[in-house]
Design a binder for this molecule. Sequence first.
Ligand SMILES: Cc1ncc(COP(=O)(O)O)c(C=O)c1O
Length: 465
Amino acid sequence: MIMNTLSTDQQNLDAILTEVKQQGIDYLNHIHERSTANPSEVEIIPDLSEEGIGVKNTFAQFNRRFEPVMVASSGPRYWGFVTGGTTPAAIAGDWLSTIYDQNTQTAKGTGDISAVIELETIQLLLSLFNLPKDYFGGFVTGATLSNFTCLAVARQWIGKQLGKDFAREGVSGTVKVLSATPHSSAVKSLSMLGLGSGNFIQVKVMEGNREALDVADLELKIQALNGEPFILISSAGTVNTVDFDDFEAINILKEKYNFWWHIDAAFGGFASCSPKYRHLLKGWENADSITVDCHKWLNVPYESAVFFVKEKHQLLQVETFQNSNAAYLGDPMENFSYLNFLPENSRRLKALPAWFTLTSYGKRGYQEIIETNVEMALQFADFINENPNFGLLAPVRLNTVCFSLRDESLVAVFLNKLNKGGKVFMTPTFYNGKKGIRAAFVNWRTSVADVELATNAMLEILNEL
Ligand SMILES: Cc1ncc(COP(=O)(O)O)c(C=O)c1O
């Protein structure tokens, strides 16, 4: 019976995929009109039927029950969190990842060698970011997992400094981690790594409404460790105000002290695509490890991020991630396989959407996306500055506007109404002791018309309050 349904579906594959394609085209061509707010709730059906209903009926059921709750999160006015869009090339690449369905591990041999695409994509990304080629990189599902991967290698490095092999023996003692404004996902990674999310040593931020670390305080905190090795988690773009740590100053400290230097550049790394903003990252090329999210400013579909770890640390990386019980692997350095370098074993060909979009639009394409988004952020900030009901909570340093209402008690009700309106979506935050709102611009589609539409919606709500 089931074989009948499967073979009918197989026979109708052309019609099914054509219908899916047409719906996809309609959705993407009208995404600017689609609501950013979910209008309804979905009732969950907990039981699976004995007999399947085939893909045609399943598609109809999806359209009836789930499609209406899809919000335009990859559209031009979804400014909450740091939500990237999807370029046409990235969508094409993503479809092909599904169709070819490789299990991306190795780059040589007689079977699946799709890791070749991933290795090449990493080179293209290093080239896009003007980073040196002495980094080894790979794809994981998001910046959280990238932070986790980098910090796992850092943990192994610390162990080695103390004559221990944490990967085999487990973590012992307290690993010292210093940071000023780590993203919550880096702190979560410390918890997942058994280092303790409550264990990191807080470095002061610079004076003057900054989130970047205060280098003098960092040096004091380092000296207090009396030569103990430590991990520094630094920021290339904090999530609230997109502040960057001073990487040139960190380079000088790296000459003097023994530490693992990690940079979370989830979206701020893309500043390197523009000569106007590249200076923010000056000196980052000496970090031991770097996190970059691709489903943010590269505008590829979820789930996609990369880690870059200096090649000189490859052995530590393999010690951390190798499948120790898999005898057939041999020496992982010789018989390269991604599964020995990162958390997952089986894995999707996540590099292909990134490869498609990088190859399609090149360095110039990304420079334009980054510069246009920053331009839109600045225009939106002008609106905030010019309206006495609003106020910026921090200067706009790149692509995110962090602001509040003059009457702070109205922030929650204002944002709730705004988001419910479905024209634009933003997220709440808390910055410098104040309730605020964040609008992050990381979508290639966002235009002046979108900023106008959003600001008009904001003015309407102000009138209602
Ligand atoms: C600086 C930074 N690091 C890490 C993350 C976590 O990224 P993801 O949700 O892709 O795991 C984010 C997400 O906004 C971020 O902005």
